[in-house]
Design a protein around this ligand. Sequence first.
Ligand code: 8YV
Length: 328
Amino acid sequence: MGQKKPQVVVTRKLPDAIETRMMELFNTRLNVDDTPMTKADLVEAVKQADVLVSTVTDRIDAAVLSQAGPNLRLIANFGAGVDHIDLATARQRGITVTNTPDVLTEDTADMAMAMILAVPRRLVEGEHVIRQGKWAGWSPTWMLGHRIWGKRLGIIGMGRIGQAVARRAKGFGLSVHYHNRKRVHPEIENELEATYWESLDQMLARMDVISVHCPHTPATFHLLSARRLKLLQPHAYVVNTARGEVIDESALTRMLVKREIAGAALDVFENEPAVNPKLVELDNVLLLPHMGSATIEARVDMGEKVIINIKTFVDGHNPPDRVLASML
Ligand code: 8YV
């Protein structure tokens, strides 16, 4: 006789192939019209589910978890970042949390690299000129941006994605600098020809481009504070594909408005999907709607990871991508 299938509640629409496989393997409740769940929906979901498949748009805080039914044993997050889940409360209640690292590394790094190139070379501005019918023809001194080759890139957070960005940056002739809680292995440092800065403040003051790749945790909230942003050189660019909360968005916006730094490329924001309206008015800023891992390949692979995490967990094993509060 087969094992009883777990009740799995999926909070958002996932790729078809993933949903179909989940329907085969588990008692799955899908969200086919993809309406983001309200707090009340989430409470209902945690009451019913053995396993909750969450995404970045679900705020699974202590208030939600306090209403979880006795059966909720696993939150299998679709995504690498877990800052929307109260991990401490989950642990207290004996709920395991898993995520989907690795499979989105290369795509997110591609997006970061594209953003590192796009603002200094004014890609979006140029495109707008043509679409608005304002191109009067080539001129030797018009639409000049800044060279990337030979400049210094400061990476904040040298984990998987930070390293993948560093490899790309090397190919574009950038010299790689980084700040991380821990210095990475000398072999990796050598391969990337990367310079470690124990002091983030010192690194910020010397870089041409800063790219953020650390998770959002209590320790990294507003890591790029108003004070630290002031350390940047006036010709510096800031790129963020990690989490909006790592940068004080209001302070960054004020500096961009006053042209105290050269520009920014942001794929993530403090209050998504809201974007500071002042940012939208600026031409030295590229704004993207949290698209870092948005390839069909990444989203299918993320779904596969979710399935593997659930399957191993319900079969009584440690799921491969357990998130431990001590990792953060
Ligand atoms: C995902 C992300 O799209 O994985 C992450 O942490 O930020 C994104 O790439 C999102 O989290 C899916 O839940």
